[in-house]
Every structure is written in structure tokens, then in C-alpha cells.
Design a protein around this ligand. Structure first.
Ligand code: CDP
Length: 783
């Protein structure tokens, strides 16, 4: 069958596209409530300054202004500071100092968006400028200005030290190593930059005492709990609704000061308040990603056997530690940095520091710092290949984990669930026609042309929990699912995760359809509303399919088992004598005697006499606590041409072979991979959140912070291998972020390979024309 009549997995067209392609999506900014007011945030022009005074009298006198809220107002409500996802506190509105350019200083509520913006200009703020810390490498210098003097006893900008692996064993491997290669590698500060910026419509109903917020959140239940804890309201008096979301990529995990201000604005005025940030606000003040200054060392034998990895990281977390990752892991999952290789010993040490930049450090389309880790190890592998004069594909094939090594325990404490890495790399090499490409490259080099071929192989770790190891702010990382089956066999699935464009309304319906043997069209997926869905931690780190997808399979199986009991009563057979053929329970040995799921659902709601212990109806609920993460992986190959005159890089080809276990909807998986590959082009070649020495943000619009378009992207060449996850009920692994994790290294490796005739071994992202040109300058070309 084709289309949504299909009963399970396959290329089912996306249900949600019917409204999206007609322009009928319903985003936060589409929500208009009766009597709604509009909020705007006054922001600091300084990166670091003492707040001397905030005079709001003129703004308050503006005829359309309904309220002006300052840090002082919030301090009176004990709301001037809020918890971050990393156990730090962040100023909602500044009371003592401003600590990054764009920091929130005051909030105006007015009759219209424009009046609110106009009134911001009437607020008079007196600042006393302080010297800022902009370069993380100077943050711990003696005498560096202390940014967080609000924290008791704080005399420096140090946040945390964290390590993983066995330092002594790693040192021993390095001491005895035949070859060691070391390199400083920067993963620059970038931004998730979703097309829809962040916003909220807060509505405090004074009659019912219930607060309803429509907001751009990837984790509605977690947000509700945080609001409950901060505001002291019970959870049942807070409803968080996340309508259609125009991209999240980690940017919509945290709670931003504007959300809190809009809620306070609604409480103060008694009317709904909308706050929607503009593009510059989104780029300047909401969660950035990466900003890791890494030093990698790799130890190997002369014949290319990798033995050890040693890494130190200086992590720039901005002015408040607002990173998002499970509590026990201040550097996220960075310690997955041994990547896809069988490595004897490894160790990493990460130090986090405050700087006068926006807070964040979110998992931009990756599972908590895995992009940084994958990028580092893949750069180190290429540098080692160059040192050993070995083909980078060959070096990888000598070290990749083989099928028989799974489940595989890494030197830094992970247990990879399943894989056959050489098979996946070989497939990518075949699709690319690798040997021919190398021959072409040799020819071109003879002619002075710069062609590069870059490989990366990545392993992701997605689907956080398990809850005993992973929580955010004490909330265990598990997810609930509820499945209701109506008398006619139509089903409603309620889940705790929240799509931001990944197509959950389709794929989660497919999971139910697959398990119950009913049409995909007969399953409605409800999500993004805490009043209507079970508790769970939401969507980020590609956790939806590994956790909530598993919950969906489990709850559907519960329904199926209940249906078996009802079918037994219908068919006058013992439930144990029935067997499942998709969509039907039949009497074993007599396929003509059976009942479809629709017939069973009707019977369950009817007058049929049911055995003791069965109440009727088929509905079920579950909470899924994953036993392990799932480990998708992939082999990527980029082919680039570099113009030696301008430094401009063109990505000519890109081959991506992904293995995400069983694919629920291969078309959606491919779409996810396409998007992530484009992200990789952006990060590798175009993007950096840059600052001048005073802390002025230099990329606060899409004129400066560039998004990749189809012009910069080749026609992606995709392939797949399928290694099911042994512990996921469907054998599926997450995939939403794989391509963002794996692609930057392939492109950078390709550019460095193109520049090899100049003796280049490494160049930091972004490889803009200007940066590439600078790398080439003054170096003689040698074939
Ligand atoms: O958490 P997030 O939705 O961002 O990531 P994901 O779980 O990897 O899923 C992204 C999309 O791809 C969802 O619609 C999934 O159901 C779909 N998918 C799939 O069809 N098969 C897989 N093995 C993994 C994901």
C-alpha cells in the first residue's frame, strides 16, 4: 500500500506537511489572545558594566505602556535570578551588573509591539563600563576581571574542571608510543539559528489561578516543572503549550529571561502578554553552541595502529553557565571522543570558564558536545594519516571497530550497542568511487589545481537516559506514552516529546500502525501540551525515537496484548492459543478464525463478556527508561575544490552513508540527513559568532552570520547500512543530528587535503575564503 493508508514503516508522506505547505502552521507568533499586550526587552550595549541606575519614568508615562519591569521589580518578587539547566543562576533582568552585550535590563509591556519597542528608548540607564573578558584563554589569568562577583566567594572566572578516562594509563601509552601527533583545534562559537526565533504568549488567568504559556520549547514538561519551582505554583496550575515549532536545534531547550518577564508582565497587568524576540536578539542572546578550545594528542604505532588519545579542553560558557546537558556531565558527552576506533587508553580534561558573552553551550543538533568530540578525533586521524604518509581511508579501516567487537566498551566508559563500521566506510568509498577520485586529484595537482577529498567517520550517542545516569535539574531522562483506541479502532497517541519539524506526527503514527496493524491515517499524535500529554523530558539530542519511540512501541504492544485477551473471549479460545498476524489475532492453526484490531476494539467497548481481570477498553500507558543510549554512526566523504586565487571552497560532492538501525520512515531519515549536512557546510565554511575586543557582537544578523543555502550545497549522495540496536524495541537508533555531527570534519578534512601541497596540516573553522586565503599566503605550492 502507499500513502498514509500504509500500515507501518516506509516512505509515508509527512502528515504535517498538509498544513505547512499551505502556510497554515500555527506558531507562537500566530497566537493572538483577546486583550493581549506586547513585551519588549531593553538590552545592554556593554559586555561588562556596573548598573548605576535605571530610570523608567518617561517610559511609564508613554500613553500605550501598561508596565515597565526592571531587575528591582523582579528582586521584590524574588525573581531577579533564575536557575540555569546547569545548576548556575542567570539574571532575568540585571540588578548589579551587565555581563554580556545584549543582556536583559528592563521589560516594557505595551498595547502594541511597536509601542513597546518605542518605549524602550525612553528608559534611561546609567552604566559604569568595566573591562570585559572576551577571549576564554585569558579568563583565568591573574588579575582578569571577575565576571561573577554575584556568586559568593568567587575570586576568578573558573566554573568547573572535569575529566574522564584513565590519565595514568594514557600517559603510559604516550610514553611508549612510536608516533605522537598533537594539534590545537578550535570549534568556534556558532548558533543553532532556527528560522523561527524564540517567544512566548503568557496568560495568567486570575480567576482560575492558572497560568497558560504558549511557547517555543523543545521540552514542555521540563519547562513546566522549572516554572513551578521558580514561581512556587503547583504544576496543575501551569499549562505549557508548544505549538508548531520552526526549528529548535537545541536553541529552544532553555528558559530565557524574556519568558519569565512575559509571565510577570501578565501577572502584573492581568492580561496575556506576547514576547517574540527578533533575529538579532536571537543571535546575540539565546544559547550559542560549541566554543571549545581543544588540544588533541594521538599516539600510534608506525604501521598506523592508534593506541591512545589525550585531550584538554578550555570551554567558554559565557557569562552564566547555561549549558544544557545531563547533570553528571558538565562537558556533555564530550568523552565519547575516542570516536569509532578501538583505542587502548584515552583521557580528557575539560575546564569551563566564564566570559563576557551570552550564556549557553547548547547541544546544537547534537547529543551534548558530541559534535566537538567527533570533529576533534576525525581531525586528529587525518593529521596522523599525514604524519604516517598513509591514506586516511586506510588508516581508518585499520582502526575502526569491527562487528564482532560489539557491544564495545570504550576507554572513557561508554558501551556502544551495535555496529559494523568497516562495512559502512567501504560502502561510502564505493559510492564515492574513492580510488578514481584520488587518481583525479593527482592529475589536478599536477596542473596546480586544489582538489580535496575528506573522510569522517562518526559515532553518536543518542537517546538520553538511562535515568539512573542522566537527569536534567534532577528530572530523570525517561519519557511516557499513552495510547487510546476508540471503539472503531482509531487511535490517539500522546507523547512527551515535541517535534520542531522532524515529522513526529507521521513517524510516531507509523510506529503505532506497525505494532497494531492499522492504517497510519487512523493514528493521531498529540504532543506539545502538558495538559494533554504524559510527563517526559522532551526532544533534543536525537532522543525522540530512541526514548519516546521506544515508549510508543511498548505502549502499542501493551494494547496489542490486551487485544489478545479480548480476542480470546471473542473467538472462544485461550489467549495463549492466538497468534498475531499484522492487524489480526487468529487462532493458531486456523487463520480463518480471527479478529481484526478494529473488531477487537469495538468488542472491547461492547457487551462482550470479558474474562476476570480485564476491565474492557484497550487503552494503555507506559514510561520508558532506556537501558542504554543508542549509537548511530556513519561514514562521510566530501570532495571540494578550492580556488587558490580567492580561497573560496566549493563542495563538489558529498557522500553520506548513515546507519541509524531500523528506519521507520526512510524518506524522513533522508530529510534529516540532508538538513544536517547543510548545517555542516555552514559550520565548516561560513559561520562564527565573532566578537571584538570590547565584546561587541559582530554577527547579529543573517548578513554577517551566514546560513547555508542550496547554492553552497551539492546534491547529496546518500547510502545506508542497517545495524539494529539490540536494546531498542524497534531496533531503531536516533538520526536527527547525525549529519550535523559527522559532516564538518569531512569538509574540513577535504579542505586541508586540498591545501596539502602547501604543507598545510590543519586549519580552523570557519574556512571562509578570507581564512583559506590567509592559510595559503606565503606558502609555496609543491606537487
Ligand atoms: O529527537 P529527534 O526527533 O530530533 O531525532 P530522531 O529521534 O532521530 O528522529 C528524527 C526523525 O527521524 C523522526 O521523525 C524519527 O521518527 C525519524 N527516524 C526514523 O524514521 N527512523 C530512525 N531510525 C530514526 C529516526
Amino acid at each position: 500500500m502507499s500513502g498514509n493508508g500504509q500500515h507501518g514503516f516506509g516512505r509515508v508522506p509527512r502528515k504535517e506537511d498538509a498544513r505547512f505547505i499551505r502556510g497554515q502552521g500555527n506558531y507562537v507568533d500566530d497566537i493572538k489572545l483577546p486583550g493581549m499586550l506586547y513585551g519588549a526587552v531593553l538590552r545592554s550595549p556593554h559586555a561588562h558594566a556596573r548598573l548605576v541606575s535605571v530610570d523608567t519614568a518617561a517610559a511609564e508615562a508613554h500613553p500605550q505602556v501598561r508596565a515597565v519591569i526592571t531587575g528591582e521589580t523582579l528582586a521584590g518578587l524574588d525573581l531577579a535570578w533564575m536557575p540555569t539547566l546547569s545548576g548556575d543562576v542567570q539574571a532575568v533582568l540585571a540588578t548589579d551588573k551587565v555581563r554580556f552585550q545584549g543582556q536583559e535590563v528592563a521589560f516594557v509591556v505595551a498595547d502594541s509591539h511597536y509601542a513597546a519597542r518605542d518605549a524602550l528608548e525612553l528608559i534611561d540607564v546609567d552604566y559604569e563600563a568595566l573591562p570585559p573578558v572576551i577571549d576564554a584563554r585569558t579568563a583565568l589569568d591573574d588579575g582578569a576581571p571577575v565576571i561573577r562577583d554575584d556568586l559568593e566567594g568567587r575570586g576568578d572566572n573558573h566554573i568547573f574542571d572535569w575529566e574522564a578516562g584513565d590519565a595514568a594509563a594514557t600517559d603510559r601509552v604516550f610514553d611508549g608510543a612510536e608516533v605522537v601527533v598533537a594539534q590545537d583545534v578550535l570549534y568556534p562559537r556558532v548558533h543553532p539559528a532556527p528560522l523561527e526565533t524564540c517567544g512566548i504568549v503568557a496568560d495568567m488567568d486570575k480567576v482560575t489561578g492558572k497560568l497558560t504559556v504558549h511557547t517555543t520549547t523543545q521540552a514542555p514538561h521540563a519547562h513546566r516543572t522549572v516554572y513551578a519551582l521558580v514561581a512556587g505554583l503547583p504544576e496543575h496550575k501551569i499549562r505549557v503549550v508548544s505549538p508548531d515549532i520552526g526549528g529548535g536545534f537545541g536553541n529552544k531547550v532553555g528558559i530565557y529571561p524574556g519568558y519569565v518577564c512575559a509571565i510577570v508582565g501578565s501577572i502584573v497587568t492581568g492580561r496575556p502578554v506576547k514576547w517574540m524576540e527578533d533575529r538579532s536578539e536571537n543571535l546575540m542572546t539565546t544559547s550559542f553552541a560549541r566554543d571549545y578550545h581543544m588540544r588533541g594528542e594521538i599516539a600510534a604505532t608506525r604501521d598506523g595502529r592508534v593506541r591512545g588519545l589525550r585531550v584538554t579542553v578550555l570551554a567558554d560558557h559565557g557569562a552564566f553557565n547555561g549549558t544544557a546537558q545531563p547533570t553528571k556531565f558538565p562537558a556533555g558527552f564530550f568523552h565519547v571522543f575516542t570516536g569509532s576506533y578501538d583505542i587502548e587508553a584515552a583521557h580528557c580534561a575539560v575546564t569551563g570558564v566564564y566570559t563576557n558573552k551570552a550564556p549557553g553551550g547548547v547541544a546544537y543538533a547534537c547529543s551534548f558536545r558530541i559534535t566537538e568530540a567527533a570533529y576533534l578525533v576525525e581531525r586528529m586521524m587525518d593529521m596522523l594519516a599525514a604524519e604516517l604518509d598513509l591514506d586516511p581511508a586506510e588508516l581508518r579501516l585499520r582502526n575502526l571497530l569491527r562487528a564482532e567487537q560489539f557491544p564495545y566498551s570504550t576507554a572513557t566508559g561508554w558501551e556502544y550497542d551495535s555496529g559494523d563500521y568497516p562495512r559502512t566506510l567501504r560502502k561510502a568509498l564505493d559510492i564515492a568511487g574513492y580510488d578514481k577520485l584520488r587518481a583525479e586529484q593527482a592529475d589536478r595537482r599536477e596542473r596546480g589545481e586544489l582538489m580535496g577529498i575528506g573522510i569522517s567517520f562518526f559515532t553518536e550517542a543518542v537517546g538520553a537516559g538511562p535515568r539512573k545516569h542522566m537527569d536534567i535539574l534532577g528530572l530523570g531522562m525517561a519519557d511516557g506514552a499513552e495510547l487510546r483506541v476508540h471503539p472503531t479502532g482509531k487511535a490517539v497517541l500522546r507523547i512527551s516529546v515535541q517535534t520542531q519539524g522532524q515529522g513526529h506526527e507521521t513517524t510516531f503514527a507509523q510506529i503505532v500502525a506497525h505494532e497494531l496493524g492499522i492504517p497510519v491515517d487512523d493514528v493521531e499524535v498529540v504532543h506539545g501540551d502538558t495538559d494533554q500529554t504524559p510527563f517526559g523530558l522532551g526532544t533534543y539530542g536525537s532522543r525522540s525515537t530512541p526514548v519516546s519511540g521506544a515508549a510508543t512501541a511498548v505502549v502499542a504492544r501493551k494494547v496489542r496484548e490486551r487485544a489478545r485477551i479480548v480476542a480470546g473471549a471473542m473467538l472462544e479460545a485461550a489467549p495463549g492459543d492466538l497468534e498475531w498476524t499484522p492487524g489480526r489475532w487468529t487462532v493458531r492453526g486456523d487463520p480463518s478464525s480471527g479478529a481484526t484490531m478494529q473488531e477487537i476494539a469495538m468488542a472491547a467497548h461492547g457487551s462482550l463478556e470479558l474474562p476476570d481481570g480485564v476491565e474492557g477498553h484497550l487503552d494503555a500507558t507506559t514510561v520508558y527508561n532506556p537501558p542504554n543510549l543508542t549509537y548511530p554512526f556513519g561514514a562521510y566523504i566530501a570532495v571540494v575544490d578550492v580556488d587558490p586565487g580567492t580561497g573560496k571552497v566549493a563542495v563538489r560532492r558529498f557522500v553520506a552513508v548513515d546507519d541509524c538501525g531500523v528506519r521507520i520512515n526512510p524518506m524522513i531519515v533522508e530529510g534529516q540527513v540532508h538538513g544536517g549536512l547543510a548545517d555542516g557546510v555552514g559550520m565548516a565554511l561560513m559561520q562564527v559568532m565573532a566578537f571584538d575586543e570590547d565584546g561587541n557582537h559582530l554577527g547579529a544578523s543573517f548578513m554577517d552570520y551566514l546560513l547555508p543555502t542550496s547554492m553552497e550545497c551539492p546534491s547529496w549522495e546518500l547510502g545506508e547500512t542497517v545495524t539494529p540496536s539490540p536494546h531498542h524495541p524497534l531496533g531503531a537508533k536516533g538520526v536527527g543530528e547525525s549529519a550535523t555531527v559527522g559532516s564538518p570534519a569531512a569538509i574540513v578534512n577535504a579542505v586541508v587535503d586540498a591545501l596539502a601541497p602547501y604543507g598545510v596540516r590543519h586549519a580552523d573553522m570557519p574556512l571562509t575564503p578570507a581564512n583559506v586565503w590567509r592559510v595559503i599566503q606565503g606558502r609555496p605550492f609543491r606537487t
